[in-house]
Design a protein around this ligand. Structure first.
Ligand code: DGL
Length: 260
């Protein structure tokens, strides 16, 4: 699940690693962005979506959204007795990989303000300078499929400027929407800056957790993928198809009321 289409960047890693698993993807695009909402609101949405996924028979949940993980992963783990995999910005690998000792992070406002972000920096910065840049508006550009427009480039230029100025050699994508902007980000950064995205690590984590719980699908037939959205209109269907790289059907998300 994700606030919108960003989690597709995680879904593609999961699909590549676990092709025999069937996957149900939920985009909560009617309530996006999560980054400017309160943690309580985001928690309410994530719990409601998780209930719907568990009703559909899902055996594990992946919160393919950094902001939602920061707000809701503990609450999900209390509520559901199945593996819950969250995601967080790759500060640890970025710090380990930085030669210059300067690392930048792009994230949503909600993620930047979260305790999870300050905990990650406190645990892993290890003397490295970490520049944390909130990026309002970027999620919406990806939702519009404006991946290479002058408007997106100008937003990104502003967000990358302090990171480039401080001489960072590593940039963390702290939101699952941003991997869709990676080609543009790399153009703007120029050579010599590594970009870190934790989607593949989350897929491996899911594989490990399914294996520990003996939940991996032993059947060798390819899994099917179902797409759901809280805004399952034609525009969204086109955007999901184009980000996914093939025509897909997006069904409306069916939700039940949830008590927090
Ligand atoms: N993809 C979400 C993340 O990883 C974006 C949250 C938002 O909607 O602001 O943080």
């Amino acid at each position: 699940m994700d606030s919108g289409v960003g989690g597709l960047s995680v879904l593609r890693e999961i699909r590549a690693l676990l092709p025999n698993e069937s996957l149900h993807y939920v985009a909560d695009s009617a309530h996006l962005p999560y980054g400017d909402k309160s943690p309580a609101f985001v928690r309410g949405r994530v719990n409601a979506i998780a209930e719907s996924l568990v009703d559909q028979g899902c055996k594990a949940l992946v919160v393919a959204c950094n902001t939602a993980t920061a707000a809701a992963v503990e609450s999900l783990r209390e509520r559901f007795a199945l593996p819950v995999i969250g995601m967080e910005p790759g500060i640890k690998p970025a710090v380990l990989g930085s030669n210059k000792g300067v690392v930048g992070i792009l994230a949503t406002e909600g993620m930047v303000q979260s305790n999870r972000m300050s905990d990650l920096v406190a645990r892993f910065a290890n003397g490295v300078e970490v520049i944390i840049q909130p990026c309002p508006g970027l999620v919406e550009q990806v939702e519009r499929h404006a991946l290479h427009t002058p408007e997106t480039a100008s937003l990104l230029q502003g967000y990358l400027a302090p990171i480039i100025k401080q001489g960072a050699d590593t940039l963390v994508l702290g939101c699952t929407h941003y991997p869709f902007l990676q080609p543009l980000i790399e153009d703007l950064l120029g050579p010599g800056v590594s970009v870190i995205n934790t989607g593949a690590a989350v897929a491996r984590q899911l594989q490990n957790r399914l294996s520990e719980h003996r939940l991996l699908n032993a059947n060798a037939t390819p899994g099917v993928i179902h797409f759901f959205s809280s805004r399952a209109d034609e525009v969204q269907q086109q955007i999901i198809s184009s980000l996914w790289g093939g025509e897909v059907v997006v069904s409306p998300l069916v939700e039940h009321p949830v008590n927090d």
